[in-house]
Design a protein around this ligand. Structure first.
Ligand code: SF4
Length: 237
């Protein structure tokens, strides 16, 4: 009898690197991420006794990827929704301003054909922000926080910046603190752009450099091993 089962709230992607197939796992409730060789993930799914003795097993349990076999996951979801999705003390959203990216990281969760996709239009952004403003006005949270993502969001900088400004103005009019983060590949940053975003509530900039030197060359795009990137690492470390 299996003691554990794989949670049904996992997004499962895959990629191949140097002839090895990997699974990329994202748990939509715990927000945990994991990359495992596909053979190892299969052994986990099979409740293989040997893998149960390893740190992989205990880590996957701790992060919610593995749950006791008898767990009612729908009940779990209802409790999670009560704690998170229906808690309006802080209204949070994640916005993808584009699917496009000019990097090609091996570990990217967007399939290559999606990275050649499309930008969010200015009109769509305006409609989205109108909905967001209505929601904020109705729920009156204590604060509002957004995560701006892509693709590479700076490839659609104008739309992102206008949208941030609208959200900032809406919250300011209601006396609600507003802040946001941007996740970027770092290739399109400038002082002027950052200054403009800081005026609208930019709090955090996540820059993906495809890992530390050594790891970069193995997993990242060719430019990741460039002298500029190494200088960035030296400065930020
Ligand atoms: S920078 Fe981000 S979106 Fe672009 S390829 Fe790398 S992981 Fe994917």
């Amino acid at each position: 009898m299996p003691t554990h089962k794989i949670s049904c709230y996992i997004l499962d992607g895959s990629f191949t690197y140097r002839g090895v197939d990997y699974s990329t796992l994202h748990h939509t409730l715990t927000k945990a991420d994991c990359i495992l060789p596909r053979w190892a993930w299969k052994r986990v799914a099979d409740n293989d006794p040997e893998i149960k003795q390893t740190a992989v097993w205990s880590t996957l349990k701790a992060q919610g990827f593995l749950i006791p076999a008898g767990t009612d996951e729908f009940q779990l979801f209802l409790e999670w929704r009560g704690d998170h999705a229906r808690n309006f003390n802080e209204v949070k959203s994640r916005v993808l301003y584009t699917r496009k990216c000019d990097n090609d990281c091996a570990y990217c969760s967007l399939m290559p054909h999606l990275r050649r996709g499309f930008h969010m239009s200015a009109e769509t952004a305006r409609l989205m922000d109108r909905f967001h403003a209505g929601f904020i006005a109705e729920k009156r949270p204590l604060s509002a926080r957004d995560a701006f993502l892509g693709g590479e969001p700076f490839l659609n900088y104008g739309v992102m910046c206008d949208s941030a400004r609208r959200r900032f103005d809406c919250c300011q009019a209601l006396g609600i603190p507003y802040r946001f983060s941007v996740t970027t590949n770092g290739k399109h940053l400038s002082v002027a752009r950052i200054d403009a975003l800081l005026e609208c509530g930019l709090e955090t900039l996540h820059v993906s450099l495809a890992g530390r030197p050594g790891c970069m060359t193995a997993c990242g795009p060719p430019w990741a091993a460039s002298p500029t990137t190494r200088r960035c690492w030296a400065t930020w470390s």
